[in-house]
Design a protein around this ligand. Structure first.
Ligand code: ZN
Length: 253
């Protein structure tokens, strides 16, 4: 009996430790889980593939997981500013994840010992889970001569657009025509990226079924009201739903 209790306690302890790493209920069911890790960091999981985007965990006041246990097969880095590059190098080295980034950022990460897949804006790169379309993002890359980017990830047929740090740009309408975007992750913080008014326009152009605001309220300079953004989008564009995600929460697509 005591042995059983011990096994139970140990089992529970394992479950608690393991939960944040998995952090994606439902991914075995053929669906895609989008887990918000705080700021602009997301984890996509489907069919056993785990993709991290901009894993800024250490120093992120919204961080919902530990960088020491998080799993990844791929890490997508939109640009090399600290609040996006984050824990990429440490996680990539521990897990063996391939790091996808624009050429100059990838070169820097290769020099730091990462296994990289260099891409550039315009690429529609085929990978074992589907493909990644590399989109423009109007922002610094954090590496001399480099470009910031966004990514449309097609993960076994489900399409998630992470805009990166960017202003509004008219070719988002083209992206909405070329891709059937299931979920768009859009910055609304203003100051370093587009603000909520421009993000409403972006939501209309992309025609995504679900829009998730990101890159806001991490600190005072990017303070915004996501509920007002949600109301503005849903009032203006019928059929578009805005999901305000709490760090650690997962959306099942
Ligand atoms: Zn940023």
């Amino acid at each position: 009996m005591r042995k059983m209790m011990l096994a139970l306690v140990l089992g529970l302890a394992l479950l608690l430790v393991a939960a944040p790493a998995a952090a994606a209920p439902g991914w075995q069911g053929g669906k895609t889980a989008v887990t918000f890790l705080g700021h602009a960091a997301f984890q996509l999981t489907s069919g056993g593939t785990t993709i991290l985007i901009d894993p800024y965990i250490t120093g992120n006041p919204q961080a919902a997981v530990s960088p020491d246990i998080i799993e990844a097969d791929y890490i997508l880095v939109t640009h090399a500013h600290g609040d996006h590059l984050g824990d990429t190098v440490a996680i990539a080295k521990r897990t063996g994840a391939k790091v996808i980034a624009t050429a100059e950022v990838a070169r820097m990460l290769k020099d730091q010992g990462c296994d990289v897949v260099p891409v550039h804006i315009g690429a529609k790169k085929a990978l074992d889970f589907g493909y990644v379309r590399v989109t423009p993002a109007f922002h610094g890359s954090g590496v001399a001569g480099g470009h910031a980017a966004g990514f449309i990830v097609n993960l076994r047929g489900t399409s998630v657009y992470h805009a990166g740090d960017t202003s509004l740009f008219g070719d988002m309408a083209l992206l909405g025509r070329l891709e059937k975007i299931d979920c768009a992750l859009l910055p609304i913080g203003d100051n370093y990226t587009m603000g909520p008014d421009d993000a409403v326009e972006a939501a209309g152009m992309l025609k995504a079924k679900i829009v998730v605001p990101m890159h806001y309220n991490t600190h005072a300079l990017i303070k915004q009201d996501p509920a007002a953004f949600k109301k503005a989008v849903e009032t203006r564009f019928k059929g578009v739903k805005v999901e305000i995600m709490k760090p650690g929460a997962a959306l099942i697509l």
